[in-house]
Design a protein around this ligand. Sequence first.
Ligand SMILES: *Cc1c(COP(=O)(O)O)cnc(C)c1O
Length: 402
Amino acid sequence: MIPFSPPYINEEVINEVTDSLKSGWITTGPKVNALEEEVANMVGVSHTLCVNSATSGLMLMLKWFGIEEGDEVIIPAYTYSATALAVLNIGGKPVMVDSSEDFNISVEAIEKVITSKTKVIIPVDIAGWPCDYNAINRLAESKRELFRAKGKNQKKLGRILVLSDAAHSIGASYNDKKTGALCDISVFSFHAVKNITTAEGGVVCLNLPETFSNANEYAFLRCFSLNGQTKDAYTKSKAGGWKYDIIYQGMKINMPDVLAAIGLVQIRMYNNELLKDRERIFELYNKAFSKTNWAIVPPSKNEIGKSSYHLYALRINNCSEEQRDKIIQGISDRGVAVNVHFQPMPLLTLFKGLGYKIEDYPQAYENYKSEISLPIYPQLTDKNVEYIVDVTIEEVTRVLNK
Ligand SMILES: *Cc1c(COP(=O)(O)O)cnc(C)c1O
């Protein structure tokens, strides 16, 4: 049995969590601060904020930018639904656009739907492959005259905000910069199946232009994410620190230390171990599948971009959705757990009900219909990978030749 994406838990992780449990302090405190610092150093930004999920992080930043009823937020139709739900739950209107063949949002499609109501673009680095941030940032810049600013932060920015859903892409790079430092704001996920996990969690990377002080915005967001309270519980727990004030109608979305401890160990071994292992497995798959005449291997590396190898999104040439489903059944029957990333949102009940139609997103459907995500994580051995490759090739051949 080969699971799809088990968390990476070694002795060190257990020791770090135990350390938090025994310390007398288990919610937001020193471990969260340390994790924020590790992420900031790795990414190359001055400030990052840990929160209880990437979804919360996206909602927080949409609120920070003053998104409200009638504001349009451009997102890809092909992503995990959290991207859209964050917008809906803040009261904004998700404007879905089609994708490119590399799975990521189509910049041409974004340009076509920008109006004076557009406030935010949320690109998603699908599978860990960075979007074309040069083009997206340029586009946001070129539409300054259309932008109708309302509220402090919109006026300060003076253009559409580029808010990256970087849930998959921690450690990826583009143009010699790391994801997290490629646009105004980026949000990584530390959910249980992501490259680095805290069981549940996320982190917001601030990379705002010079009209902002990232340090001041960090201080505001830290407070806002703790019910708008002027002192966190850690400070209040110290002798004489009882008095606080509530200064904003904030959210309660902070990350606890006991969870940050898990991610803290993982991020320290990420670049030199965990990410290298993912790359090694990705390359093994590429080598094996490149020998077939049906495989479309996923993007991972070119002159400007490098993936975080979050998913191995294999596509099969000339394969219908029904055939793909049969292949998945065959692979599963032989003990390998695989997945599909993603069902485009217009295929899902909620979004259908809101009027989104899959016919409007032909490339998203094309990417989805023949896609199978294979297991990719550091604990997989070369033997495991060989078995997965053999089973996949046999099942694809069996189904396509029927
Ligand atoms: C996992 C994921 C999220 C949500 O992350 P949470 O931390 O679970 O909120 C958002 N967007 C994408 C593309 C994801 O895959």
